[in-house]
Design a protein around this ligand. Structure first.
Ligand SMILES: Cc1cc2nc3c(=O)[nH]c(=O)nc-3n(C[C@H](O)[C@H](O)[C@H](O)COP(=O)(O)OP(=O)(O)OC[C@H]3O[C@@H](n4cnc5c(N)ncnc54)[C@H](O)[C@@H]3O)c2cc1C
Length: 303
């Protein structure tokens, strides 16, 4: 942002979109600015959304949870509402992003909109069926987070603004488990896995397996999910869980880089998916996975 010419401050979501579209030149929204500080995107002006009424976490009468796009990650970490939702995994993951000074500034919206394969909040929110509220100057669209990412740093937004995210009430009782594998506490993830599911009428339902850092965008493993959905509890075996984990590993498409090889990341998807499925099943009182979990009690850590 070395050639930045103007810093605009929006007071509503609609005004933010209008300011961005007004030009002249190339504009960008700015929330916490922590990601933009790292990669210095080209732009002539920025539109600050921190005073546009987009911060905060609230429950609706229907029991959904709304998270404003400009809510700092530290507020997500500390939220009592989120703590009570699906075992509090959203809080846990927010608390693993960077360090406390970063989380105090960095927003959940910025984390999603930077659309990095390693964006920490994406897998857990995808595993919990989060939806995005996207605003244009005069209309609003609701898009499942699962359909939000188009490629690295590419989303469906174009010049529109992410106003916030919602977690649906009917997901609140699902059991969810996540794991962030990383080289150090403040580094980005080598692999992230989030698994969630419900039990209905003695069978597994709503199975979600979401991954981060192992494909151009955060992704769901639909083929692996299909193997578990509808399976009766008495039919769950360690072999089935192993097969599902191998299928999940086959669905990802990681890169080799200085942090880890593609081969290592793929195998970690298999290992972590298996462990998390077993933990989720245990959370539902199903002790079908007999494998000893060497990371038992550890919910994210250093490779
Ligand atoms: C030291 C350090 C450590 C970090 N560690 C982690 C980590 O562990 N895990 C992790 O995931 N990230 C990490 N990050 C990256 C970054 O801090 C986070 O992704 C953060 O959540 C980004 O939020 P922000 O509000 O600062 O985004 P910004 O920098 O303000 O914006 C990021 C991008 O999103 C766009 N944008 C922001 N808000 C909106 C909106 N509402 N609508 C449309 N577009 C929008 C901006 O135009 C920009 O392109 C780290 C960064 C630093 C500097």
């Amino acid at each position: 942002m070395r050639d930045l010419k103007e810093y605009r401050i929006a007071t509503t979501a609609g005004e933010a979109v209008a300011m961005l579209k007004a030009g002249p030149g190339k504009g960008r929204y700015i929330a916490g600015g922590t990601d933009m500080y790292l990669y210095h995107p080209d732009c002539d002006f920025v539109v600050d959304i921190n005073q546009a009424g987009l911060g905060g976490i609230a429950g609706t009468d229907q029991g959904d949870i709304l998270i404003g796009a400009a809510t700092p990650l530290q507020d997500c970490f500390n939220s009592d509402l989120l703590q009570k939702f699906a075992g509090g995994e959203v809080c846990k993951v927010a608390g693993q992003c960077g360090n406390r000074p970063i989380r105090t500034t960095a927003t959940i919206g910025g984390n999603i909109c930077n659309a990095l394969p390693s964006a920490d909040m994406a897998p857990v929110l995808m595993a919990l069926d989060a939806v995005c509220f996207i605003v244009d100057e005069e209309c609003q669209e609701i898009v499942p987070l699962n359909e939000f990412f188009l490629g690295p740093r590419k989303t469906v937004l174009d010049k529109r603004l992410l106003a916030g995210l919602a977690l649906p009430n009917d997901v609140a009782g699902w059991v969810c488990e996540t794991y962030k594998l990383t080289r150090s506490a403040e580094d980005i993830a080598l692999v992230q896995v989030a698994v969630s599911m419900a039990v209905e009428d003695g069978a597994l339902a709503n199975v979600r397996i979401a991954l981060g850092s192992v494909a151009p965008v955060p992704m769901r493993c639909h083929l692996a999910e299909e193997q578990l959905a509808g399976i009766k509890l008495e039919e769950i075996t360690p072999d089935l869980v192993e097969i599902v984990s191998v299928i999940a590993a086959g669905e990802c498409d990681p890169i080799d880089d200085h942090r880890a090889s593609a081969e290592y990341r793929t195998d970690m998807v298999r290992v972590l998916t298996k462990r998390l499925i077993c933990r989720v099943l245990a959370g539902h009182g199903i002790e079908s996975c007999t494998e000893t979990d060497p990371t038992d009690g550890d919910h994210g850590g250093v490779a």
